[in-house]
Each structure stands twice: as structure tokens, then as C-alpha cells.
Ligand binder design. Structure first.
Ligand SMILES: Cc1ncc(COP(=O)(O)O)c(C=O)c1O
Length: 404
């Protein structure tokens, strides 16, 4: 690589491995011609210290059963404290293969089939799958959208939390896909409502490290002991350091009874084994990945500015300004297309493979989620294609193709 090229500008061919983002499972046939910007991971090579730690572990050559490395828990608590001013007791942490696993275990352990779990759509689609697959009742409290900014509907929340069958709330903090980094006041209000009605907060904070200038991520449990006691936090270096395939999540549960119950369930399901590569990747990321993450955040802000710039003068597509995350929520409603027509427009005319808005709930109709954790060159090209597609918007052609 030339000295002048930013390392994040380096194009890495995701197709050399079975990456989900570029795979036909996600892209469908002829997908290799599309701008793959759906699956929520980054196209960037992980921090050097993470690569080195994994290489050293690989060079050791023996991969028999292992326990948790002694430096791992201090690495996690150190990160949470230094970066997010959250003091976590090491023995409140339990490891997990991934965040979805924590969400699923929390629902199955602390609610009964038929109990209600509040979600605030448009929201991460796997919340729906987990609740449906566990026969929990989805209680929807849609976010409000006013003047291009999302907020929580606290009136709705109060009403739904008061229902006797409502036992849990899945919080997404920061919120995928709308990019809100909930502030302290919002989280407190939510926490007070849930606390008052004995609704357990399961807070998915996987995007917590990815915030833009001027926005601060507040861990829900860091609001105070009462909030910590009524919550289960799901964390992972998967998004922040691009190591989702290392399966290295963890949960913070400060309530002793719930943590013990979770631990017992983990061993019943035998998901309490340690993956040697996950351990070293995680430890290296949290101890030495900070400078890399800072560069990524600056680069993402550059990509965000680029999208903003390209959409300037194209009022048909509205960018919902994010506070954080590398996922942009784009409002295409002014194009006045049906969901099928919008899919066709994005895929066939703009050549974009992004995540369809309705995947996040009916509130997502007319929207799509764009992943900007790619190179600036890829994004520039994609934005050019979108603008051309808008200017050539051919409704007849879309109509025909969406009927295929
Ligand atoms: C909000 C949110 N939670 C969880 C996940 C998945 O996490 P994991 O791969 O650890 O299950 C994602 C991935 O996109 C996500 O956006």
C-alpha cells in the first residue's frame, strides 16, 4: 500500500471468505454487481494489535480446552471504565458467543411464553425473530419521528409497561437503524417507567462505542444501582473492532439472582466454553484497539459528510442524521414508491444492496438502511449511482420489474 493511502481506504475483497455481506444468501443472484451495504459489519481490516495477538495464539499451535485468560476481564472492565466511565465489577460479567444469544436467553429465562416484551420500532429485525421463536408476545411502542429526528414515545411506553402481561423491554442503545444515541434523560425516563412496572430492561449496547462528535453513549446500567439492578446489558467488541465472526460477546448482570440463573442456563445449554481466538481478539481489542477505533470514527464521519453532500439538492431522499453507528437510515418516502417498487429501484436502478426498511417493522416502509463502513471510493461510487437513478427514475420500468 502506498504511503499516501489511508489504511481504511484499502479495498479488501470480502468474497475471499464466506462473508455474509457479499454472499448470495444475502445478495441473491447477480449480487456481485451490487454495492453490498446491508449486513452490519465493516469492510476494514481489524486493528494491528488484534491481528498480532491472534497470530501469536495461532503460532502456539495447541488449541485444547481453555479457561478465560486472566487478563480478559480486566481488559473489559478497563475499557468500560476508561471509555464510558462505567465501573463494572468483574464478577458481574458473563461471557457469551454473541449478543443474540444473550437476548434469547434473557427472554426465555426471565419471561414466560405469552408474556409481552416491548420493542421500539423501527428496530433491529432480529429482536422480532428472537421473540417470535421464543413465543413471546411482541409489544410495539413505535418511536416518533418529528422533523427528521426520532424520539421515544414515553406516553405509549408508560401505558404498555403498565399492562400486567408486559415483563421485559428490549432497548437498543444506540438504536439500530435510526442512529439515535439515547441521552441520560431519555434513558432515565425509560428506566423509571420500567422500574415502576417491574419491566426488566434488556439493553443491547453493541453499537455503544460508535458515536459521532458531540454525542455520548450512556450505558443504561451506569445510570445508577436501581437501573443496574433492573437490567441486563449486552455488549460485544463485534461492531467496534469488526470481529463479529470471532463470536465474543459478554453480558453485565449486577442482580445476583439473575446472574446466577443466567450462568446455570449457560451451562445447561453448554454455551459456556471458551474460544481461544475470541478471547485473545477481545482482550487485544479492548486493551490496544482504541487508536484504531478513533481513526475509524473519524473516517466514518467523513463518509457521513460525503452522503450528506451527495444528497444535498436531492430532497427526494432524506438522511436521518445519526448520533452514532455506521448505519444510516434513509427516508425515500418522497419518491412515492410502493415497498416493492422501492426495492426494485434500489436494487436494479441504483445497484444498491441495502437493508429494506420494512425488515425493521412496518414503520420502516419507505426507508432503507445503508451501511457506510466501507471505503470512501466505494461510497462515492454508490452515491453517484443513486443520484443517477433518481434523475432517471422510470416508474414504468420499476412497475414492470417489481411485478416480476
Ligand atoms: C443492535 C444489534 N444487536 C445485535 C447484533 C448482532 O450481534 P451478535 O452478532 O453479537 O449476535 C447486531 C448486528 O447487526 C445489532 O445491530
Amino acid at each position: 500500500m502506498s504511503q499516501n493511502v489511508h489504511h481504511l481506504d484499502q479495498v479488501i475483497n470480502r468474497r475471499e471468505v464466506p462473508a455474509l455481506k457479499t454472499h448470495s444468501i444475502v445478495l441473491g443472484k447477480d449480487g456481485e454487481k451490487l454495492f453490498a451495504a446491508g449486513v452490519a459489519d465493516m469492510n476494514y481490516k481489524v486493528p494491528e494489535p488484534v491481528l498480532r495477538a491472534m497470530q501469536t495464539r495461532l503460532d502456539h499451535g495447541v488449541f485444547g480446552y481453555e479457561t478465560v485468560p486472566s487478563a480478559l476481564l480486566p481488559a473489559l472492565t478497563g475499557w468500560l471504565h476508561k471509555r464510558h466511565r462505567w465501573q463494572v465489577e468483574a464478577d458481574h460479567i458473563l461471557r457469551a458467543p454473541n449478543v443474540l444469544n444473550i437476548l434469547a436467553i434473557a427472554a426465555s429465562l426471565f419471561t414466560e411464553p405469552g408474556d409481552g416484551v416491548i420493542v421500539q420500532p423501527p428496530v433491529f429485525f432480529d429482536f422480532y425473530d428472537i421473540l417470535n421463536e421464543n413465543n413471546r408476545c411482541l409489544v410495539s411502542n413505535p418511536l416518533r419521528l418529528d422533523n427528521g429526528r426520532y424520539s421515544m414515545d414515553f406516553g405509549g411506553l408508560e401505558r404498555l409497561a403498565a399492562e400486567p402481561y408486559t415483563k421485559m423491554l428490549y432497548l437498543c442503545n444506540p438504536h439500530n437503524p435510526v442512529g439515535r444515541v439515547w441521552n441520560r434523560d431519555e434513558l432515565k425516563q425509560l428506566g423509571d417507567i420500567c422500574g415502576c412496572h417491574n419491566v426488566l430492561v434488556v439493553s443491547d449496547e453493541i453499537h455503544g462505542d460508535i458515536t459521532f462528535n458531540g454525542h455520548t453513549y450512556t450505558p443504561f446500567a451506569a445510570l445508577g444501582p436501581a437501573y443496574a439492578n433492573n437490567s441486563i446489558t449486552c455488549l460485544s467488541p463485534a461492531k467496534s473492532f469488526n470481529i463479529a465472526a470471532c463470536c465474543s460477546a459478554f453480558t453485565v448482570i449486577s442482580n445476583d439472582e439473575r446472574r446466577k440463573a443466567f450462568q446455570v442456563e449457560n451451562s445447561r445449554l453448554t454455551v459456556n466454553k471458551n474460544n481461544a481466538f475470541a478471547s485473545v481478539a477481545m482482550e487485544a481489542a479492548y486493551t490496544s484497539g482504541g487508536p484504531w477505533l478513533a481513526e475509524v470514527l473519524t473516517y466514518l464521519e467523513g463518509n457521513l459528510a460525503l452522503v450528506r453532500e451527495h444528497l444535498h439538492g436531492h430532497p427526494q431522499v432524506q438522511l436521518i442524521e445519526p448520533d452514532g453507528t455506521f448505519l444510516l437510515w434513509l427516508d425515500f418516502r418522497r419518491l412515492d414508491l410502493t415497498p416493492a417498487q422501492l426495492d426494485t429501484f434500489l436494487r436494479q436502478q441504483a445497484r444498491w444492496a441495502v437493508t429494506r426498511g420494512p425488515a425493521f417493522g412496518v414503520e420502516g416502509e419507505g426507508f432503507a438502511r445503508l451501511n457506510i463502513a466501507c471505503t470512501r471510493a466505494e461510497l462515492t461510487q454508490a452515491m453517484g449511482l443513486l443520484k443517477t437513478a433518481i434523475s432517471q427514475l422510470n416508474l414504468n420500468q420499476i412497475q414492470e420489474n417489481s411485478n416480476d
